[in-house]
Design a protein around this ligand. Structure first.
Ligand SMILES: NC(=O)c1ccc[n+]([C@@H]2O[C@H](COP(=O)([O-])OP(=O)(O)OC[C@H]3O[C@@H](n4cnc5c(N)ncnc54)[C@H](O)[C@@H]3O)[C@@H](O)[C@H]2O)c1
Length: 253
């Protein structure tokens, strides 16, 4: 008889993590590997990505999530290499801290292109394989910024993109449930990575961020990975279209 803990195993599952060359994506890929998965690091940074894949014990595929043909090619490569695609984690993301009035068209487009278009392109591309297999799990890394407007830094483009990810997740979960594909998101709070480094170095921002978090600290990237393992594994078998908030309590205040 298998135990509850066995339900979290991912042995034999082929998992692609976008933006896994560093930060939260690297930690997620490492977590999936420790649960038994075959891991593919997918990133636009080939040097860091190859290095990360080697460290994790997975393979690397280059992709730019803003370019749908690059995305389709990457997923075709994964399926040619491993014969299937079981799990996609859409983690690649960028932020621009600028007031709305100072956000020009190019800056707005750049954020939406990676954080929302990129998630859609990767979901669509992966789901072509997953719906054919009648099996797949997708975990989109959104953010608490999809539900609240962060302070003190203005970042309307980022917040809007992440709100889009949360609702895209629900919409795709509804479309693909009958084909055996579950789609969920995770909304982290502040996590110590390159993305937040400058913010944490800013004393004013750091204080507001930590004071606003009931657990009174930032998360480490490896604290987000178990949430992904849960949603990607049999442990999350009855969960789809949901958003798992992992924010140290930030959004309760
Ligand atoms: N750090 C946080 O506090 C925090 C909080 C909530 C949500 N998130 C989200 O978590 C995810 C990971 O963030 P992080 O903090 O690890 O960031 P990071 O900057 O450390 O890493 C981002 C990774 O994405 C890759 N990437 C960027 N654009 C890409 C593209 N067009 N195509 C392919 N790869 C691309 C980068 O090369 C890099 O490896 C993002 O979606 C981010 O919005 C982060």
């Amino acid at each position: 008889m298998s135990s509850t803990l066995d339900a979290f195993r991912l042995d034999g599952d082929v998992c692609v993590v976008t933006g896994a060359a560093q930060g939260i994506g690297f930690a997620i890929a490492t977590g999936l590997k420790s649960a038994g998965a075959t891991v593919v690091v997918a990133d636009r940074d080939e040097t860091l990505g190859q290095k990360a894949a080697q460290e994790i014990g997975g393979t690397f595929v280059a992709l730019d999530v803003t370019d749908s043909s690059s995305v389709d090619q990457a997923f075709d490569t994964v399926v040619a290499r491993h014969g299937k695609l079981d799990v996609l984690v859409n983690n690649a993301g960028i932020v621009k801290n600028a007031s709305a009035l100072e956000t020009d068209d190019a800056a707005w487009r750049a954020v939406l292109a990676v954080n929302l278009d990129g998630v859609f392109y990767c979901c669509r591309s992966a789901a072509r394989h997953m719906t054919r297999q009648k099996f797949g799990r997708i975990v989109n890394i959104a953010s608490m910024s999809g539900s609240i407007a962060n302070k003190p830094q203005p970042q309307a483009s980022y917040n809007a993109s992440k709100a889009g990810v949360i609702h895209l997740t629900r919409s795709l979960a509804a479309e693909w449930a009958a084909d055996g594909v579950r789609v969920n998101s995770i909304s982290p709070g502040y996590v110590g990575t390159e993305l937040t480094k400058r913010g944490f170095e800013n004393e004013t921002w750091r204080k507001v961020w930590i004071d606003g978090t009931p657990l009174a600290r930032m998360a480490t990237p490896d604290e987000i990975a178990p949430g992904v393992v849960f949603l990607a594994s049999r442990a999350g078998a009855f969960v789809t279209g949901s958003d798992l908030v992992m924010d140290g309590g930030y959004t309760v205040w």
